[in-house]
Design a binder for this molecule. Sequence first.
Ligand code: AMP
Ligand code: GLY
Length: 409
Amino acid sequence: MRVLVLGRGGREHALAWSLHRGGAEVFALPGSDGMQDVAEPVAGDAADPGQVIEAVRRLGIDLVVPGPEELLVLGVAETLRAENIAVFGPDRRGAQIEASKAYAKTLLRAAGIETAAASLCRDFGEVEQTLAMHPERTVLKADGLAAGKGVIVAEDAAGARRAARRLLQQHGTVLLEERLRGPEVSLIALCAGRDYALLPTARDHKRLLTGDAGPNTGGMGAICPVPITPDAEVCAERTIAPLLHLLAERGTPFQGALYAGLILTERGPMVLEYNVRFGDPEAQVILPALEESILPWLEGAAHGALPNRQLVASSAAVGVVMAAEGYPEAPNTGAAIDGLANAAKHALVFHSGTKRRENGFETAGGRVLCLVGRGDDILSARTAAYDAVACVQFPGALWRDDIGIDAAR
Ligand code: AMP
Ligand code: GLY
């Protein structure tokens, strides 16, 4: 089995690691120097379907696994399927569930899935009217892909007005959403039409600094699994199954990873957003926590039938992201990274933004590494992850001290 992963970050490194573990020969386009332990990099532009198809033919690839949402939104999955190439991931229409928050809201309503009440506003007058009637709608969202930076949780209506002005100027529309409260969890299902297999739950840590301070980032660390109430199966029956049914009924069945960003409120689990891919850094903790490789699931979904068994977590995993100085606004790159070999004695080392240099690696992105410790429980996994962090040095390195601390208590 020869698999081509599209992308170059930590999530793609983790995907390649899991596929490799399942016995696949893994290639990554473009991949990175840091993932060469499990995947052979293939030069090229993953956003150019011609280059991807050429690589698939040349390398005799059996399955393509796109990592980032941008590629799915561009239509890479349907382009490859039209060439009879097996792909794990939704077509362009399926990717709109992530790309357009307004479209996702209409689907949620049609499927009867619980979500925050929201109004789409096209001008400031509509914002004023909405806030006058619903002062609790203080969460503002830009429509479109925003790499996690399109959401503003304002403290009050005045803050919401200020932020709405800015988003209207930048995007032309803004979604005003009811603010919900409760713990958050990432629930990811591998889907083939109406069928799905749940991955163990994970929790991302989006803020830059320890104690949930500082700006939002792509994610500074994650844990897996997260004990939740109601349990993951019940959450999925309420938030994933109805959407898959609706899409299948409409003749547009969903194939790929459906990631529900849930908030567990007093009213029950509610959907904050859907993504149509694995999370980053969630993939880096979920895949290593699994007893087995995800290869049979991705291959099965791509051919229309998932394996008839459950995906079981055999350990807990905690991933700590080490980011570059200046992240997320203007990360410094080019700093030499020391201690990777020692870190690997304690944890898995996934490369998010690094580049090879003489005698080692240097920083080449905002998020640089994700160090993933495993153990019988979150506490021991956390200890292993931070033992690895203590081995790694590069100038200006940033990381949070508190990944998994709540769950470990
Ligand atoms: P999203 O990209 O929609 O997942 O939003 C990013 C983050 O903003 C979420 O992880 C939540 O922490 C927060 N958020 C989004 N929507 C809401 C909401 N309706 N109520 C409270 N917090 C929210
Ligand atoms: N970790 C959040 C995401 O991948 O969207």
